[in-house]
Design a protein around this ligand. Structure first.
Ligand code: UDP
Length: 231
């Protein structure tokens, strides 16, 4: 949202530039799509068959609609230009090398906890997300790259669903921080629930996540601690 026009450009013209390149080099093209395709979902958990509930004019539309257009472009290059494509829909990912202060909930909470400042929950904290550890995501992406006869789209995510308030509690536990938790208004059109149905990934890619939220958070916190000690 800080770079709205750039976000639209990358999702649309950027994706098309990459599709051109893939066509020219006869390469497989993997689109890193997103659970944002489902918007604020009316179906739970979300399977690939669900078309989504997205506002074309809302504040998130610069990302959501660019990614939806990216999927449409990718399908068109598959159908009409014979480009070998695959589409993965990535659900919330976390782990080492998250950018400090990138605004996402795991990097925010971990950095806040380690600095002893309050954890900022937006809204009532009852909204849910399902967090996938980065190594699991990468394994899923590699499996999809190798599946040359599979277009997808396929969800890649960890179905372990958790409320944002519970995530805050787990981050405090993992870090041993005594930070307090403060509440502020929810962003406009913040999705209420999100959980991937990964049946298709299990069946077609033989993939499922292996790292629990507990282990993944510990690895993430350790990494942020190391970074802080290097400062
Ligand atoms: N969130 C929060 N505090 C923060 C950052 C995010 O409560 O400091 C909430 C946010 O409102 C959303 C959830 O955490 O409900 C996940 O936000 P994020 O931006 O990480 O991912 P996305 O909304 O794109 O799934």
């Amino acid at each position: 949202m800080r770079l709205p026009l750039e976000t639209l450009a990358v999702g649309s013209r950027g994706t098309e530039a990459c599709l051109h390149l893939a066509k020219r080099h006869d390469a497989r093209f993997l689109l890193a799509s997103t659970s944002e395709i489902y918007g604020n979902p009316l179906v739970h958990p979300q399977s690939e068959a669900y078309w989504g509930n997205v506002s074309s004019i809302g504040p998130r539309s610069v990302y959501d609609e660019a990614k939806r257009f990216g999927e449409a472009l990718t399908m068109a290059y598959s159908r009409y230009e014979s480009v070998n494509v695959g589409i993965v829909r990535i659900f919330n990912t976390y782990g080492p090398r998250l950018r400090r202060g990138d605004g996402r909930v795991v990097s925010n909470f971990v950095c806040q906890a380690l600095s002893g400042v309050p954890l900022t929950i937006y809204g009532d904290g009852l909204q849910t997300r399902s967090f996938c550890y980065v190594d699991d995501l990468v394994t899923g992406l590699l499996a999809m790259i190798d599946q040359r006869d599979f277009v997808g789209p396929v969800n890649i995510g960890n179905p372990q669903e958790i409320t944002v308030a519970e995530l805050a509690r787990r981050v405090l536990d993992t870090t041993g921080s005594t930070s307090e938790v403060v509440y502020s208004p929810a962003p406009e059109q913040d999705p209420a629930r999100r959980q991937p149905d990964i049946t298709l990934a299990r069946e077609r890619l033989g993939w499922s996540p292996a790292v629990s939220l507990e282990d993944g958070l510990e690895r993430t916190v350790n990494w942020f601690r190391e970074q802080t000690s290097l400062l």
